[in-house]
Design a protein around this ligand. Structure first.
Ligand SMILES: [Mn+2]
Length: 351
């Protein structure tokens, strides 16, 4: 696909022809607000295996739509991780593998395709695509892709402000959670002065930073720690590259849930002088899910996209065929030259 799209995608003539609701605004925020104002009932979804940004932004978007007097159905393919279930309205998110209308539009948050949602039945709806990933593409009828945003929740915030709607404590709490978790506690690339200005505004609007941090980082299930122990037993390092893995058997033995894999890769990345890290997770049926992270010049989004995945320059993922040993050889063969030369940065698709 053409890589030269500007950061904020406006509806094209073809989009407008396909979707009369977007018949005038050229600004993506205005186009999205017009779709919402003209409709009554909306579906709001994010990617499968939802993280803090997915959950918080879906909840905030749902509350925003309902404050406008409209209806929003919130759906994800996988259950909400335990640590996010205390978020305001979290029990209103439905878990399903198929969606049924009628909806005036489906609003998809950080999904670069319908496949990313793992939901069936989306094709029938007008798609509003809001994303902040490097792998984001203008594939919906209305698209807003801002790769500078620290979280997709930041884009939901801008939408709410543009509409002149009220930033309630509940919305602020959900949006603060997106900011906190997508920046790994304000430590990852993408954090800038404006991130803290937004955090301040959300705190002033009623988000409680200490309580949200406690709820997010100090309610770890025991299974996650046991799984981390198994992964650290498989920790390896070669120069500026580190990797670790867990087998399906480790998952079973520790009674771990999928969500317990979240963040394990960061332990490998935290090693001094390591620039890129991989966490390999053996799924049933010999598929291997890989989380890629970098803290230097290696663009792991480009690597993940080359293997059918996507993400950010410093945090990306993909799923490839196993067995585990072969998948490890494959990813190390791609990563070694990038870590040696930083060459993947020049290939960056982020523009
Ligand atoms: Mn995100």
């Amino acid at each position: 696909m053409d890589q030269s799209h500007p950061i904020a995608e406006s509806p094209t003539a073809a989009d407008i022809a396909a979707n009369p609701a977007a018949n005038s605004p050229t600004n993506p925020i205005d186009a999205i607000l017009q779709v919402i104002r003209e409709g009554e009932r909306f579906l709001v979804c994010s990617h499968s295996r939802p993280d803090g940004d997915a959950v918080g932004s879906v909840l905030a978007m749902g509350m925003f739509i309902e404050h406008l007097g409209k209806r929003a159905d919130l759906v994800t393919a996988d259950r909400i991780p335990v640590v996010y279930r205390k978020l305001p309205g979290a029990d209103g998110i439905r878990t399903a593998l198929r969606v049924h209308g009628p909806y005036d539009a489906a609003i998809l948050l950080e999904c670069d395709s319908t496949e990313r949602t793992r939901l069936r039945g989306l094709e029938r709806f007008t798609i509003v695509n809001i994303d902040h990933h490097v792998s984001g593409r203008p594939w919906g009828q209305v698209n807003w892709i801002d790769r500078e945003a620290a979280s997709v929740g930041e884009l939901v915030y801008r939408l709410i402000k543009a509409a002149g709607a009220n930033l309630t404590p509940e919305i602020a709490t959900c949006l603060y959670t997106t900011l906190l978790t997508d920046t790994g506690g304000f430590i990852y690339g993408g954090v800038r002065a404006s991130t803290f200005a937004l955090a301040e505004e959300l705190a002033l609007a009623g988000a409680n930073p200490i309580q949200i941090s406690k709820d997010t980082y100090f309610r770890t299930p025991m299974s996650k720690l046991l799984l981390l122990g198994a992964a650290l037993n498989n920790l390896h390092r070669e120069g500026r590259l580190a990797w670790l893995w867990i087998t399906h058997n480790d998952m079973v033995r520790t009674c771990a849930a999928e969500e317990d894999c979240e963040g394990i890769v960061n332990y490998a990345l935290s090693i001094a002088d390591v620039e890129a890290a991989v966490f390999l997770h053996e799924l049933p049926e010999q598929r291997i899910r890989m989380s890629l992270r970098s803290k230097g010049n290696v663009n792991v989004a480009a690597i993940a996209e080359g293997l059918g995945g996507g993400g950010h320059e410093n945090a990306a993922g993909c799923t490839i065929d196993g067995p585990l040993g072969r998948a490890l050889d494959e990813i190390l063969a791609v990563l070694r030259p990038c870590v040696a030369s930083g060459v993947a940065k020049q290939d960056s698709r982020s523009g």
